[in-house]
Design a protein around this ligand. Structure first.
Ligand code: COA
Ligand code: AMP
Length: 635
């Protein structure tokens, strides 16, 4: 029996003993009373224990002799600057910013929203919240004011930390007007905002409400305000991260302190195969779960050096940037989304730029966030000469559910599969009656309850929403909302979503949310949004609009406004660039829009006429509109 199988069986035989053993890697202020507590269908890990995530990520390493090791390297391909922080320096900065927060009245359980670009202050602010037991909620910078406002109203933060601008290729994005607009739109108002002024584009501050990060840090330093880590319950929330759900309203995924640390620490060695002292780089954004788990918490809990990269895989300045970062900082393992590699491959198909850099320290590439297509994986293997590991997880799980566990054992790769279930996860594929289906049969991918440490215990202030979204459809299981199959060796194949979520450049977006926005256009009577296959981004949204009777304006004008509306209400991250005005939408006789068939037509896949269709001619019209817009057509 291999090490993977042995470990998985050990977990299965006694999950509580397995996680109690893993928990020995974490410093606890007080040990737990129970490893696992079940409250009906909700589970809590390490109840009774107290701990502090910031202590385990920073102070513990300083006390343990790692103080002079680099903890964080900020490499900005946008400004050409690199900043390095040792564990001691990062701990001190975090303690000072915790002092700033405290002076603004922030304490245990208070929420702090971070709307930040990829600057070191984002990491400092996250850890400072953790230090005080405050709950951070990071909102990705590519979201518009309205999305931020929705999150402000749900999380009800006492304070917001933001920056004057973010940097995208060729332009600075002013964040401050978006923040101001969001606060105007939201019902809940934060008491204060702390703003990082960036030299590229400074922002005017609102007197009495906005405070300058630098001034506040100086004041806290002068006052000697550097609070120690505050012990919190293992079950207390560390953060809330909003993610797209089946409706336009985002879900507030809650992460606890204790179980989260145990799971992430375990994954660093066993899944990612890295050791304390190694350099780990997750090329993602702190606004996504990958950023939370594997830019900030995982590597730091493990005593690694982590990289915060501000830039893109291409164009900043070229498709060799990733190799430059790996070489400059001695990266051992890189984690990114396949879309980044598709972008690089498009610019530099022969991987010529790889040859310019010394990648001798580079050992492993991990891909997740969307399906790892075999072409991209094989190209990366050839270009880099290292194992390329697809692995599958989601915001809700917080760490890999299915992977090739490089620290345990390198299992044979089957292209198109993220490999096998990690300890903690009994993955099954079931039919609509929650009955497991035979191997190689497609169905809903579910996880047997209870979920392991690190997974969401609930949604923010919404146990009922948690149950309805994840537990109600398949009793005894957690619904991942992905569909696929398991083969006879237990390898999982993730093929599609079962809800309205699409995956655009590794970003998770709700088509329902976009439809809500489009429906708000005064001339739009009806609309539908589908995700269409895209060679670079995996999927891109395409909208269909039916305009109100009597509207005589040119279709192009309305389509242009619709595109602008989605950008304004959801944000540029939605990558919504195509709206097609059509006469009518294809529906079943009971009025359900045939989005699945529309998608097949757009992707040029074989499709058959649904038996329940109201009027078959409409699909012809949709096919014509799509082919006029350059999308494939096959009958
Ligand atoms: N703040 C403001 N705007 C942002 C932003 C941010 N933090 N991040 C992205 N945007 C904007 C971009 O400028 C772009 O705007 P545009 O429509 O005016 O061009 C839009 O949002 C879409 O951005 P993005 O998805 O990054 O697409 P892109 O075309 O600029 O780049 C890739 C494509 C593949 C290079 C890019 O998606 C990428 O680097 N992906 C890496 C994978 C990744 O980060 N995955 C996250 C999960 S692991
Ligand atoms: P997010 O919550 O943003 O991380 O998105 C999670 C979703 O992305 C999953 O539910 C899948 O639909 C998709 N996803 C993530 N990783 C993979 C993968 N390796 N293979 C296939 N789909 C993936």
């Amino acid at each position: 029996m291999g090490r993977y199988r042995e470990t998985y069986e050990r977990w299965k035989a006694s999950p509580e003993a397995f996680w109690a053993e893993a928990a020995r890697e974490i410093d606890w202020s007080k040990p737990w009373d129970r490893v696992l507590t079940l409250e009906g269908d909700l589970s809590r890990w390490f109840e009774g224990a107290t701990c502090n995530t910031c202590w385990n990520a920073l102070d513990r390493h300083v006390e343990g002799g790692r103080g002079e090791q680099l903890a964080l390297i900020h490499d900005s391909a946008m400004t050409g600057k690199v900043k390095r922080f040792t564990y001691r320096e990062l701990r001190d900065k975090v303690a000072t910013f915790a002092g700033v927060l405290q002076r603004h009245g922030i304490g245990k359980g208070d929420r702090v929203i971070l709307y930040m670009p990829m600057v070191p202050q984002a990491v400092v602010a996250m850890l400072a919240c953790a230090r005080l037991g405050a709950i951070h909620s990071v909102v990705f910078g590519g979201f518009a004011a309205k999305e931020l406002a929705t999150r402000i109203d749900d999380a009800r933060p006492k304070l917001i930390v933001s920056a004057s601008c973010g940097l995208e290729p060729g332009r600075a994005i002013a964040y401050k007007p978006l923040l101001d607009q969001a606060i105007e739109l939201s019902e809940h108002k934060p008491e204060a905002c702390i703003i990082v002024q960036r030299a590229e584009l400074e922002a005017p501050l609102v007197p009495g409400r906005d405070f300058d990060w630098k001034d506040e840090m100086e004041k806290a330093r002068a006052a000697g305000a550097a609070p120690a880590c505050v012990p919190v319950a293992a079950t207390d929330p560390l953060y809330v991260l909003y993610t797209s759900g089946t409706t336009g309203k985002p879900k507030g995924v809650v992460r606890d302190n204790g179980g989260h640390m145990v799971a992430l620490k375990w994954s660093m060695k066993n899944v990612y195969g890295v050791d304390p002292g190694d350099v780990f780089w997750a090329a993602s954004d702190v606004g996504w779960v990958v950023g939370h788990s594997y830019i900030v918490y995982g590597p730091l809990l493990h005593g690694c050096t982590t990289i915060l990269f501000e830039g893109k895989p291409v164009g900043t300045p070229d498709a060799g940037t990733y190799w430059r970062v790996i070489a400059d900082h001695g990266v051992k393992a890189l984690f990114t989304a396949p879309t980044a590699f598709r972008a690089i491959k498009k610019e530099d198909p022969a991987a010529e730029l790889v040859k310019k850099y010394d990648l001798s320290k580079f050992e492993l590439l991990f891909l997740a966030g969307e399906r790892g297509d075999p072409d991209t994986i094989q190209w990366a293997e050839r270009a880099l000469g290292v194992p390329v590991i697809d692995h599958w997880w989601q915001t809700e799980s917080g760490w890999p559910m299915v992977a090739n566990p490089m620290g345990l054992e390198r299992l044979p790769v089957k292209y198109g599969s993220p490999t096998v279930a990690m300890p903690g996860y009994e993955i099954q594929v079931v039919d609509e009656a929650a009955k497991p289906v035979p191997a190689n049969t497609t169905g809903a991918i579910v996880v047997k309850l209870p979920l392991p440490p690190g997974c969401l215990p609930t949604l923010w202030h919404n146990d009922e929403g948690f149950r309805n979204s994840y537990l109600a459809d398949y009793p005894g299981y957690y619904k991942t909302a992905d569909a696929g199959y398991l083969d006879e060796d237990g390898y999982l194949y993730v093929m599609s979503r079962t809800d309205d979520i699409i995956n655009v450049a590794g970003h998770r977006l709700s088509t329902g949310g976009m439809e809500e926005v489009l429906a708000g256009h005064p001339d739009v009577a009806e609309c539908a949004v589908i995700g269409v296959a895209d060679a670079l981004k995996g999927q891109v949204p395409v909208g269909f609009l039916v305009v109100n009777k009597g509207v005589n304006r040119p279709a192009e004008e309305i389509a242009k406004e619709a595109v602008a509306l989605v950008r304004d209400k959801i944000g540029p991250v939605a990558a919504f660039k195509t709206a097609l005005v059509v006469q009518r939408l294809p529906k079943t006789r009971s009025g359900k829009i045939l989005r699945g068939t529309m998608r097949k037509i757009a992707d040029g896949e074989a499709w058959s006429m649904p038996a329940t269709i109201d009027d078959p001619v409409i699909l012809e019209e949709i096919g014509e509109a799509l082919s006029d817009a350059g999308y494939g057509r096959k009958g």
